[in-house]
Write a protein that binds this ligand. Structure first.
Ligand code: FES
Length: 110
């Protein structure tokens, strides 16, 4: 079973099932597993507050959506970041919460 590791939440591991018919985004998987993650626009691809730094496994994510490409060009996300409400994982990935997107009340380990 593939997994998402959140490096700055104490290497927290979330296992998920691949579903080719209705693939889930990283954000949807995190929410299914009760992980608090900022998503100010409700996962509609309008705010970038859900972005993550991709530590490893970029090749295990589907290609950037048009929304992500637009925000990349606009400088709202960097080359090493993906929007969790857009990015669909296909294998193991390791991500972290960017400093400015950390939620109050959540313990981060770096
Ligand atoms: S939650 Fe707003 S862009 Fe992802």
């Amino acid at each position: 079973m593939p997994k998402i590791t959140i490096s700055n939440q104490g290497q927290k591991v979330v296992n998920y099932k691949l579903n080719n018919e209705s693939p889930l985004t990283v954000l949807a998987i995190l929410q299914e597993n009760n992980i608090d993650w900022m998503h100010a626009c409700g996962g509609k691809g309008k705010c970038t507050s859900c972005k993550c730094n991709v530590i490893t496994g970029e090749s295990s994510l589907r290609s950037r959506t048009e929304v992500e490409k637009d925000f990349l060009i606009a400088g709202r996300i960097s080359e090493s970041q993906r929007m969790t409400c857009q990015a669909v994982p296909l294998g193991d990935i390791e991500i972290e919460v960017p400093e400015k997107n950390k939620l109050p009340g959540v313990n981060y380990t770096n």
